[in-house]
Design a binder for this molecule. Sequence first.
Ligand code: SF4
Length: 345
Amino acid sequence: MSTPVLSVDDLRTQFPTDRGVVRAVDGVSLSIEPGEIVGLVGESGSGKSVLAESVLGIVEEPGEIAGGDIRFDGESLLEMTDEQRQSIRGGRMSMIFQDPMNSLNPTLTVGEQIAETVRLHQDTGESVTLSAELKRKIVGAAKNGEAWRRAIEMLESVQIPEPEARADDFPHQFSGGMRQRAMIAMALACEPDLVIADEPTTALDVTIQAQILEELEDLKDEFDTAILLITHDLAVVAETCDRVNVMYAGEIVERAETRELFSSPEHPYTQGLIASTPQLENPDATLEPIEGNVPDLIDIEYACHFAPRCPEAERECFERAPEFRSVGDDHEAACLRRGPAGDRL
Ligand code: SF4
């Protein structure tokens, strides 16, 4: 078996507060193979974005990684220096966020931003010093270099019309969908081994969302990039992912191949999520929201974090933490009431 591009092992990321320690990521393990799209799904407040920030090394202080390991192409990111991590970020590992306006630089043209990423992370022979950067800002982009060519190529691959002309536009001259495409172009410009996409299509309308997800899949096939797709939207996962991890209150509670997860969800939380999501093939079906909210992640006192909201909870669920059990083919769930073949216990 190949080395996973990303392997997260028993990761714990915490935030000390006046009221106690927020355990935003509480013993999470997952892995992604080259060329795979792996989903991380759960309601907001479940810890998904903190997991992404932990992998990217951008957890905001006073947050800290309190335990576990994160390995990228077999090497521990936690043992690397800041410099080593920085050189990986944006090059071999890149990210796509929900709001491209926060990630794109409003003072640089879209083409120049993509070209700049390429110059920083690939040897194009073009200078990346501060004065070279300033000069490009003042006199405009260097349009005869390798990096600029690559920027145009990438804008073309994400279906930006007239890429050579549009490369000269600033981010505010792009529509929301085009900005997101430009972000994807920038994230993939250096052919990264891993892209972390955090709610990449949430702000977009359904048609553009579908187009962008399709493009992400095509680009993944073209570059054999692994993608960690973080979303609260099960429909996005069902459309795009090879495998899915369901996260609840800082923990992964179920993982399986996408088809298996949707045809035989086992964990009561996953079942609740699916029952509360509109189904394309049956839009009139009654939706049943999961009652209650994701708990405050400070010192949760009950062993199974889902117990207060779980329709199947018993006294034991509050006292004994469930461990992962196999409940089917490559399918695991952390629930005391699920047995080896998905049997109800
Ligand atoms: S362990 Fe108990 S409370 Fe937790 S999901 Fe299973 S049945 Fe529900």
